[in-house]
Design a protein around this ligand. Structure first.
Ligand SMILES: Cc1cc2nc3c(=O)[nH]c(=O)nc-3n(C[C@H](O)[C@H](O)[C@H](O)COP(=O)(O)O)c2cc1C
Length: 201
């Protein structure tokens, strides 16, 4: 049977044309995200569409400064730190649109012990992943390219504060969206070694 064509069609595209993404398209992809499965019929995610120059600059600055501190703490050479942070800044400010996926505790269960509390948050994170995949599939279906960028999961509070989001909106995923640069050539997708990746019992 193979992989359905609409699933196979989504690839991570890291270079975009300068075309803006209409807000109607961004609303449609966020709506697709919001029909993802989630624990207890909750909707623990919030979505922030960042498509203004000011928003992108604030996001790039907030995450960039945090990354600068982390890299310096890791002992990375100052010149290399500048280079990495500048590249990250360019990636964010150069994207036509960005959708940030945030997690909240809205609708989630609370437990008195840390282990179950951690598992509950893990469920919400899994759900956010499903929602982000929905978002990217919907973008691909509408003719838009996207790329999931991990950065906010390393600094949710800094990302939140950079955009003055509500205190309980914690950004965990960042998706760049735009029209694919026709010159961009991604890696070929390797075949799926099903025999290695799944088992039967
Ligand atoms: C949680 C997560 C974080 C990711 N972070 C990044 C990232 O920071 N930068 C990037 O270029 N791609 C990132 N990706 C995209 C992966 O590199 C990409 O999905 C993978 O190489 C497979 O390629 P494909 O999406 O084209 O099938 C991320 C993907 C996931 C699921």
């Amino acid at each position: 049977m193979g992989v359905p064509a609409f699933v196979d069609a989504r690839r991570s595209i890291r270079a975009f044309t300068h075309d803006a993404v209409p807000r109607a398209v961004l609303d449609a992809v966020v709506e697709a995200a919001c029909v993802a499965p989630a624990p207890h019929h909750s909707r623990p995610w919030r979505w922030v569409v960042v498509d203004t120059d000011a928003g992108k600059a604030a996001l790039a600055h907030g995450m960039g400064e945090r990354w600068r501190t982390d890299l310096a703490g890791d002992g990375v050479e100052p010149a290399r730190v500048d280079e990495l942070v500048a590249a990250s800044h360019e990636k964010i400010t150069g994207a036509p649109a960005i959708v940030l996926g945030c997690l909240t505790w809205d609708g989630l269960d609370r437990y008195p012990d840390e282990a179950r509390q951690h598992a509950e948050w893990g469920m919400a994170l899994l759900s956010l992943g499903a929602a982000v995949e929905n978002l990217m599939l919907a973008a691909a279906d509408a003719g838009y390219a996207s790329c999931w960028v991990a950065a906010p999961i390393f600094c949710p509070e800094d990302t939140r504060d950079a955009l003055a989001l509500p205190i309980d909106w914690l950004p965990h995923a960042m998706v760049l969206v735009g029209r694919a640069d026709p010159a961009y050539a991604g890696r070929a997708r390797p075949p799926v070694p099903l025999e290695d990746l799944r088992a039967h019992r």
